[in-house]
Design a protein around this ligand. Structure first.
Ligand code: 6CS
Length: 226
């Protein structure tokens, strides 16, 4: 294998496309380190919406998804994940002072006036739908930046996204991790038919997790290596 094409969301600290075109962020940095140990030198990042990542993987537009694609049943039916690298919490991004006092998914469910922004096809959309929040109060925003714009323009009352992604956004207040939102793992996701490659990847990943460089990468991006 010459190089690996990875789908990313361009949502730090999970994934980021540097100005020089280098792909970085917690998951790509781990993928790159594992690939180097497998003799694969080149890792190329392609920015995608979360809704297009699995279709693009199936259509061979990239070889793996390394975007902090959170594990959930419907995704596990379509892709094979490498062993978990990150466990994440979700928070609400709100206007300064949290004027509508939004802290839990139950708050959103109970109050019919609240509109919540999500990225299309994201894990957060599933959280709200599973909680029974009506579709007209779940508002799609393009990406993390789009969510903070929508918040500032009063098109939404809260923006549901991983806690650490929200903390990257200027002018957005971030709630504590939401207690009634599911916490889940993420790692690189592959096509089921690439099982041999995944097995080889997992073997190197497990060894890499025991090296200090693994903890250094996670810490650099604000994740707790434990
Ligand atoms: O897995 C997902 O769908 C979510 N993952 C991240 C890192 N950000 C937003 C997205 O919804």
């Amino acid at each position: 294998q010459q190089g690996l094409r990875i789908a990313i969301g361009n949502e730090p600290p999970y994934t980021e496309l540097a100005p020089d075109g280098t792909v970085t962020g917690a998951e790509p940095d781990v993928v790159r380190a594992v690939c180097q140990r497998m003799g694969i030198e080149k890792v190329e990042g392609i920015v995608s919406g979360y809704d297009a990542m699995i279709p693009g993987l199936k259509a061979n537009r990239w070889d793996t998804i390394a975007a902090g694609l959170f594990m959930k049943q419907s995704r596990c039916a379509e892709v094979e994940y490498a062993s978990p690298v990150i466990v994440s919490t979700e928070s609400f991004g709100v206007r300064p002072g949290n004027p509508k006092n939004i802290r839990t998914i139950a708050d959103v469910k109970d109050r019919n006036d609240l509109r919540v922004g999500v990225v299309p096809g994201g894990f957060e959309q599933g959280i709200l739908e599973t909680a029974g929040i009506p579709a007209d109060r779940i508002i799609n925003v393009t990406d993390a930046r789009g969510g903070s714009d929508a918040l500032n323009a009063d098109r939404i009352d809260a923006f549901l996204l991983p806690t650490l992604s929200l903390r990257e956004l200027q002018g957005v207040e971030v709630t504590d991790p939401i207690e009634d939102a599911t916490k889940t793992g993420s790692s690189a996701a592959f096509r089921p038919e690439d099982k041999d490659f995944l097995d080889a990847y997992n073997a190197e990943l497990e060894k890499f997790k025991a090296e200090p460089e693994f903890a250094q990468i996670l810490e650099k991006w604000g994740f707790d290596p434990t």
